[in-house]
Design a protein around this ligand. Structure first.
Ligand code: BGC
Length: 330
């Protein structure tokens, strides 16, 4: 392994453990973390034909339940039983180690130029899947084209979603807590997205300031934000939640938001993980983003740690941090 990114899910794993009794790999009383990884192939099995030693690869995260039709056709992201395992998250050791073994079908080849930023491929698969599901949800419309898109948040997934939308030349607005002169806001503007501070928007009527959107990707994971964004959708709009709140606290919702869902044919959906197409698109898009928006992708990695000095600093969010990455080897 060369380097591994750290994300909010890793913090959840450390704080609460995920998956209950099936959280730890069979036979282990610990879990090796890390699921946003890039590595170099050092050795292949005799039946492997499409990889060779020296290839740069990004490993996928989820492994199917072995029981349902989705997992049987390589779409474990849509698993019906929920009995999936995820490397570094639930049931299987992750990638924060010097060497790992995996089967070739779970390794995505990446061009050498992506080596430094390749842990972001995994993060980008999340908006790629969201976009695929949004496109499906709009496929029945007489005019499914997206004109205005909104992204909430300025974490790595939010900013990668912005880059993905801007690569498609969509008019994109970012709504988030960070001040307008923050690094995150500046990066968003470098893609020619519009940045709006949350403090300037009345979440009871977001359209008063922002206008209506065809699609919203909600990437803060905040429950109030998730609910409020229903009211940001224009006619036939689609809201996709990618940051799932996990607490049981009830959040109020304006009854008129439910009315708007009916009156405006709105879709509210969530999406998790990604399928092989999303992974391939993430690799291709990351290459293009670096050409089209020079410096922006690389600037998302704000903090680097060496594995020899890895401690909870790598897991602690500090101001100005977007993505922290742990270097394992060169
Ligand atoms: C990962 C996904 C995973 C999800 C749920 C996210 O952080 O990016 O691959 O499916 O957590 O565990």
């Amino acid at each position: 392994m060369l380097r591994v990114g750290v994300c909010g899910t890793d913090r959840e794993v450390v704080l609460h453990g995920l998956g209950g009794p099936r959280g730890l790999p069979e036979g282990s009383d610990y879990l090796v973390m890390g699921h946003e990884a890039v590595g170099r192939v050092v050795e292949i099995g005799s039946d492997v034909t499409d990889l060779e030693p020296g290839d740069l690869v990004v490993p996928t995260v989820r492994r199917g339940c072995g029981e349902c039709v989705a997992c049987a056709v390589g779409q474990a992201d849509l698993c019906y039983t929920g009995r999936i395992k995820e490397r570094g998250i639930v049931g299987l050791h992750g990638f924060l180690s010097e060497r790992v073994v995996d089967s070739a079908e779970h390794l995505v080849k990446v061009p050498r130029e992506l080596q430094a930023v390749a842990p972001l491929v995994e993060s980008l698969t999340t908006p790629e899947k969201a976009m695929r599901r949004i496109t499906n949800a709009r496929a029945h419309l007489p005019d499914p084209a997206v004109r205005r898109a909104l992204v909430t948040g300025t974490g790595p997934i939010a900013l990668l979603a912005v880059l993905m939308l801007r690569l498609k030349d969509l008019e994109t607005v970012v709504l988030a807590r960070q001040p307008a002169d923050s690094v995150q806001a500046q990066l968003a503007r470098q893609t020619e997205a519009t940045y709006t501070e949350l403090a300037d928007v009345d979440l009871n009527q977001p359209q008063a300031k922002l206008g209506g959107f065809d699609i919203v990707i909600e990437a803060t994971g905040a429950a109030e934000m998730s609910v409020a964004m229903i009211a940001a959708l224009g006619q036939n709009g689609v809201l996709d939640l990618v940051g799932g709140p996990s607490d049981r606290r009830p959040v109020p919702i304006q009854a008129s938001s439910l009315g708007a869902m009916v009156g405006r044919n709105l879709t509210v959906q969530g999406s998790v993980n990604a399928n092989p197409d999303d992974w391939r698109r993430a690799v291709a898009d990351l290459v293009q983003m670096r050409t089209r928006f020079p410096g922006v992708v690389d600037a998302l990695i704000t903090h680097r740690f060496d594995i020899s000095s890895f401690d909870d600093r790598a897991l602690t969010r500090v101001p100005g941090q977007i993505k922290a990455v742990v270097d394992i080897s060169e």
